[in-house]
Design a protein around this ligand. Sequence first.
Ligand SMILES: C[S@@+](CC[C@H](N)C(=O)[O-])C[C@H]1O[C@@H](n2cnc3c(N)ncnc32)[C@H](O)[C@@H]1O
Length: 243
Amino acid sequence: MTGLNDPAFFDRYASDYDELNWIDPAGAVDVLAELTPKGGRVLELAVGTGRVALPLTARGVRVEGIDGSSAMVDLLRAKPGGEQIPVTIGDMADVAVEGPFHLSYLVYNTLYNLPSQERQLDCFRNVAAVLAPGGLFVVEAYVFDPKQFDRHQRVATRRLTDDAVKMEFLVHDPVEQAVTFQRVTFTEGGTRLNPLRLRYVWPSELDLMARLAGLRLRHRWAGWDRSPFTRDSESHVSVYEKE
Ligand SMILES: C[S@@+](CC[C@H](N)C(=O)[O-])C[C@H]1O[C@@H](n2cnc3c(N)ncnc32)[C@H](O)[C@@H]1O
């Protein structure tokens, strides 16, 4: 499969992205607003349809965004307040915007949409380059769980109703640290395929990328409620500071 990590790949998901992916942003917005100095400039990588950026802007934070998908950004711009958020269309690994920013964030596992360790490291380096001294980079991501796979594969039923079944088919490549998905919806009318490829990163690897970029881990929580991160945590919110 090709193209699954293209910056514009989410064009194919834009039309029903909010309907299928809505997760309450309140916890993220509280933490990000608190971490932003008064009047500070904030950059969201992969801003998408503005799930987090819009309520953060409504709290008085000056948010700007980058996204590879113009279809996702069109949806952001069509929402109340969406036109106020300056958005650059481009690859988030390049961070082609003028700093300095006081905070940048990349949430909802989206760092994993970058295809390789190299591009993820580029992303860290380029974010660090546009952060002011003492500026923060906040990353939210899941912790890969190899126990969910048997012989590098996994098949699961996500939803089953009278007239549809949603299943997912996953293949794990432990060398590339990549999981390729097909989320498939079967109905009497036909089949819909939703492919995705995620290159996951271990928390310790993330910290090393940050160090290479001149950033230091300041906090790691299990979620936006700032609960402690433990060996059983399924995801994390990590806060890095520019040295
Ligand atoms: C899962 S959505 C997250 C959107 C938003 N941050 C949120 O939390 O709802 C992923 C977003 O990442 C964008 N994206 C994926 N790869 C990208 C890349 N290489 N450069 C820029 N944007 C990218 C997609 O276009 C999409 O809008």
